[in-house]
Design a protein around this ligand. Structure first.
Ligand code: 5GP
Length: 214
């Protein structure tokens, strides 16, 4: 599919509330040859977001046309909206000598890694389920029903950590960014899904108690 003899393809997935966006910004600041892949989405633009910088915001008809034209390396429906990675955008970045960071959900990650086995898949976990719930509740814009759905989706998403190459637990932003840098540099063996201790650490996060609703 993509000629990627030069740059790397890096796929980062996480449940919402894991703090992924902060880590992605931290990683991009550390890696000048790494560029963020700007996805297409049918989700409405949030007030804080900039079109063509955070996402290319399009309507369902345009997204569907692009999908039929094979414009996406992967696409998936997440939280009732479509998201897709632009083939042309990724190819352009690779042609210009950059590595590409895709911040996409686990379904998209699966598609990328099936087509491009050399892509590096990294799953980010929150420090605990209780902390995940606190973070999701901290988003004042969401009502209780939305929070409950996001939490259930996040818990179900977390079950996919073992389908990735690496897992990073975000209990400290600086340390987690450092771990991501090491993974990209090829010295992150300790964070491999198959490394001793990784499964136990991930299971501790997944099986921990939920936060008090109070
Ligand atoms: P949000 O709407 O909160 O920005 O993102 C919701 C979810 O969609 C996140 O899990 C995010 O990683 C995922 N996502 C963003 N862009 C893409 C994409 O291009 N493809 C896929 N499969 N998921 C995406």
């Amino acid at each position: 599919m993509v000629d990627r003899t030069r740059g790397k393809l890096v796929v980062i997935s996480a449940p919402s509330g894991a703090g992924k966006t902060t880590l992605v910004h931290g990683l991009l600041a550390r890696e000048p040859k790494l560029r963020f892949s700007i996805s297409y989405t049918t989700r409405p633009q949030r007030p804080t977001e900039v079109d063509r910088q955070d996402y290319f915001f399009v309507d369902e008809a345009q997204f569907e046309r692009m999908r039929e034209d094979g414009a996406f390396l992967e696409s998936a429906r997440v939280f009732d909206h479509w998201y897709g990675t632009s083939r042309a955008h990724v190819e352009e970045l690779l042609d210009n000598g950059y590595s590409v960071l895709m911040e996409i959900d686990w379904q998209g990650a699966e598609q990328i890694r099936a087509a491009e086995p050399r892509a590096i898949g990294i799953f980010i976990l929150p420090p605990s389920r209780a902390e995940l719930e606190r973070r999701l509740r901290g988003r004042a814009t969401d009502d209780e029903q939305v929070i409950a759905r996001r939490l259930a989706d996040a818990v179900s998403d977390m079950g996919h950590w073992c389908d990735f190459d690496y897992v990073v637990i975000n209990d400290n932003v600086e340390a987690a960014v450092e771990e991501l840098v090491r993974i990209l540099e090829g010295t992150g063996e300790a964070h491999r899904v198959s490394a001793p201790g990784t499964a136990a650490r991930a299971e501790r996060v997944l099986s921990g108690p939920a936060a008090d609703a109070g």
